[in-house]
Ligand binder design. Structure first.
Ligand code: SAH
Length: 204
């Protein structure tokens, strides 16, 4: 599949019905999701791999991974309503994904999920709750040797310090995240946020 085709398919997916600010529910725009997934595909991290999407929301990254030939895909999401939208989205594109309703902070979650090859995620950036992304990084490193995650641009040094001794940043890809007016505290119709996709490789 071509990058553009994946983007067009992901564009068709439904969004959050009632986005919650506290959970930082922003659907990754199709171009950014497709970019992350294609990059991972080129690095041999998607096709025939077991993939897990942490904080899968409406399922964009999980479904995209399935469409690119992942061997199996699991999405983990705390919000059951979002997980139901994700299930409907997977059916719409005929993608096989298992969605699990769970909290990434649950210490038993890694054991429940079991190991996988690759984590893809767009965790809360911590705009509403400081360090909200940390449990996502912890869970990702607990279950997979390779993680692709979207962060605010400039997060690299913090992620590097946080994962010191546990993982290395092995790729950094810049991008933009256009956020449409969603919550009352948003003052513009569209706000473009600079982001970076980081590939983390767990130390052996
Ligand atoms: N991955 C999706 C959604 C990104 S928004 C996408 O790329 O479009 C972040 C998601 O993380 C939201 O769906 C939110 O409900 C979920 N989330 C927030 N805290 C969580 C937690 N502790 N455990 C699991 N999911 C969580």
């Amino acid at each position: 599949m071509k990058l553009k085709n994946l983007e067009i398919m992901l564009q068709r997916l439904g969004g959050f019905t009632k986005p919650g600010a506290a959970l930082e529910q922003y659907q990754t725009p199709a171009p950014l999701a497709a970019r992350l997934l294609f990059h991972a595909l080129m690095k041999q991290d998607i096709e025939d791999r077991s993939v897990c999407d942490l904080g899968s929301g409406t399922g964009v990254l999980a479904i995209g991974a399935a469409l690119l030939g992942a061997a199996s895909v699991t999405g983990v999401e705390i919000d059951a309503q979002a997980a139901r939208v994700a299930e409907a989205n997977a059916r719409l594109l005929d993608a096989e994904v298992t969605f699990v309703v769970a909290d990434v902070q649950d210490p038993y979650l890694p054991a429940r999920l079991g190991p996988c090859d690759t984590v893809v995620m767009n965790p809360p950036f911590g705009a509403q709750k400081a360090h909200a992304d940390r449990p996502f990084i912890d869970c990702a490193l607990a279950i997979a040797p390779v993680t692709y995650s979207i962060f605010n641009a400039g997060s690299g040094p913090f992620v590097k310090a946080y994962t010191e001794g546990k993982a290395e940043i092995t790729e950094r890809i810049g991008g933009v995240f256009p956020i449409k007016r969603t919550f009352a505290f948003h003052t513009k119709d569209v706000q473009e946020i600079e982001v970076e996709i980081l590939r983390l490789t767990r130390n052996r």
